[in-house]
Write a protein that binds this ligand. Structure first.
Ligand SMILES: Cc1cc2nc3c(=O)[nH]c(=O)nc-3n(C[C@H](O)[C@H](O)[C@H](O)COP(=O)(O)OP(=O)(O)OC[C@H]3O[C@@H](n4cnc5c(N)ncnc54)[C@H](O)[C@@H]3O)c2cc1C
Length: 497
């Protein structure tokens, strides 16, 4: 018996995969498709992370899908509400029945002669392998390893008598009420955890090697709430979404052009939120320029409030070693702890670790080049979704899914069975992400490159991407469309008829 064949296969049922399913159903209603998901649940990131206080650090008007208004009062939303939003979208659009859970895709082999991918998945529930074929492969696997968060090799961890937990592996039985907690890290996860843990812990210390830019914003958007009194959600959503897109683009541009001016504004915000005489220089003056790494957002200044109330403190130092009672610092000081939370980051993983081959040749991801930030040179009928680092993830992944639908429609209209961005030898390679965050720097050598010019250049700009991906020509001279001669089997079949 032949393998099951689908027109499109989506990998991953997180925010991106569910969105991709919705776009595909609406824009290419005739296409058969399925979503293979490694885990047993919809929601990806928003289902995996369970640490106290888990929330978005961008506004839900841009983290939400273009086609589904965010209707809750809080624009910086908690994790469970975001998970509910993704699941409800999957339910309302009939996506759930398209998802095959516990299917981890491990390999995808493209055959030009057959114009199809053969995809192999491991069933994480039964251990069995399954294979199917598809005409187009859309990988929405996120960007990091699910099985293990990143923890540096700290000396003496085995000596520590308390519990050590990475936020990615937080479970309900982690006790912190009345305990002394040290959170190692200064990124979005650390600044989320600290005020939340401080509500019930005896004392919370955020131990950071170096400071991060932190901005306080209202958890509720007053303009959105005002508009909602007069207008329906459907009308308010695009207005507030565009307001936020433009504000974010402005803040990014200003940071790149006038970093000193932006530094001053950010510093003033921090100074105002902290007690007089607080050592801002040591704890809140980063060594890099704003947006060289993602800004950390704190809703209603909750982190600063916890510091002002004496429930949380920030220590800027380095871990020398774990001891039986806590952490010895490079400065020689000791931090006593019952619980240590290693908010030290993620392990980046491109394409969910899948092995990809084209006509038997393995695609070395580190040598590949991205086309429009969503396809790879010389890899046919293939796309992936990666969001912005300087704006909400969904802005880009929505556009990427729309673009895939446009490509599919173009191929149908012209009778093409293959599309491939063809290598241009005149393009110079550049690192994919111009970002100095640790998790990016650690993994740059495993990621594809971007090119020095369009359409190989990755643009971290929603307005320009919108122009290119929603309205730009699909047949742009770089993407080659073709209908190779039908495969031998098809010819044989035709001859028999
Ligand atoms: C704690 C945290 C907070 C964040 N907050 C924000 C925020 O506020 N704003 C923002 O823009 N971004 C944020 N991000 C980035 C965030 O990951 C994205 O916004 C978004 O949730 C990613 O969705 P996704 O579907 O692309 O990936 P994921 O959510 O990672 O989902 C990927 C799915 O693919 C599945 N998968 C992976 N590999 C395979 C495989 N080989 N086979 C089958 N299935 C596979 C996974 O099991 C998972 O279900 C945050 C990330 C984290 C970790």
């Amino acid at each position: 018996m032949g393998l099951e064949h689908l027109d499109v296969l989506i990998v991953g049922a997180g925010l991106s995969g569910v969105g991709a399913g919705c776009h595909l159903q609406e824009r290419c209603p005739g296409k058969t498709y399925a979503i293979l998901e490694a885990r047993g649940e919809v929601g990806g990131t928003w289902d995996l992370f369970r640490y106290p206080g888990i929330r978005s650090d961008s506004d839900m008007y841009t983290l939400g899908y273009r086609f589904r208004p965010w209707t809750e009062a809080k624009t910086i939303a908690d994790g469970p509400s975001i998970l509910d939003y993704v699941r409800q979208t999957a339910r309302d659009h009939g996506i759930e029945e398209k998802i095959r859970f516990h299917h981890r895709v491990v390999r995808a082999e493209w055959s030009t002669a057959e114009s199809r991918w053969t995809v192999e998945a491991e069933r994480s529930d039964s251990g069995e392998a399954m294979r199917l074929t598809c005409g187009f492969l859309l990988v929405c696997s996120g960007y990091y390893r699910y099985d293990e968060g990143y923890t540096p090799d700290f000396e003496g961890v085995e000596r520590f008598a308390g519990r050590i937990v990475h936020p990615q592996h937080w479970t309900d039985d982690v006790e912190y009420e009345g305990k002394r907690v040290v959170v190692i890290g200064s990124g979005a996860t650390a600044v989320t955890l600290v005020p939340s843990l401080a509500e019930r812990a005896a004392q919370v210390t955020m131990l950071q090697r170096s400071p991060t830019y932190i901005v306080s914003l209202p958890a509720e958007d007053p303009i959105a709430n005002l508009l909602r009194r007069a207008l329906p959600d459907r009308a308010v959503y695009p207005i507030v979404r565009w307001k936020n897109v433009l504000l974010q683009m402005l803040s990014f541009r200003l940071s790149r052009r006038r970093p000193d001016f932006v530094k001053k504004i950010l510093r003033r915000g921090v100074e105002r939120a902290l007690p007089a005489g607080y050592d801002v220089d040591t704890h809140f003056k980063p060594r890099y320029d704003p947006w060289d790494q993602r800004l950390c957002l704190v809703p209603d200044g909750d982190l600063f409030e916890a510091i002002c109330a004496g429930r949380a403190e920030v220590v800027t130092d380095e871990v020398a070693a774990f001891t039986e009672n806590g952490i010895r610092l490079r400065s020689g000081a000791e931090l006593e702890a019952d619980l240590i939370v290693t908010a030290t980051g993620l392990n980046l993983l491109f394409l969910g670790g899948m092995e990809v081959t084209v006509d038997g040749r393995r695609v070395e991801m580190s040598r590949a080049m991205t086309y429009k930030g969503m396809m790879l040179n010389d890899v046919p009928n293939f796309a992936f979704t990666l969001g912005y680092t300087n704006a909400s993830w969904t802005l880009k992944v929505d556009l990427a899914s729309e673009y895939v639908c446009r490509v599919l429609a173009h191929m149908d209209a012209h009778g093409y069975s293959q599309c491939v961005p063809e290598t241009d030898p005149s393009i110079v390679e550049e690192p994919l992400i111009d970002f100095t965050a640790g998790y990016v720097l650690r993994s740059l050598d495993q990621l594809p490159k971007q090119g020095s010019q369009l359409p190989w250049r990755l643009r971290m700009n929603y307005a320009l991407d919108l122009q290119a991906l929603r309205f730009g020509a699909v047949d742009d001279g770089t993407m080659r469309f073709s209908s190779p001669a039908p495969p031998l089997q098809a010819l044989e079949r035709a001859a028999k008829v």
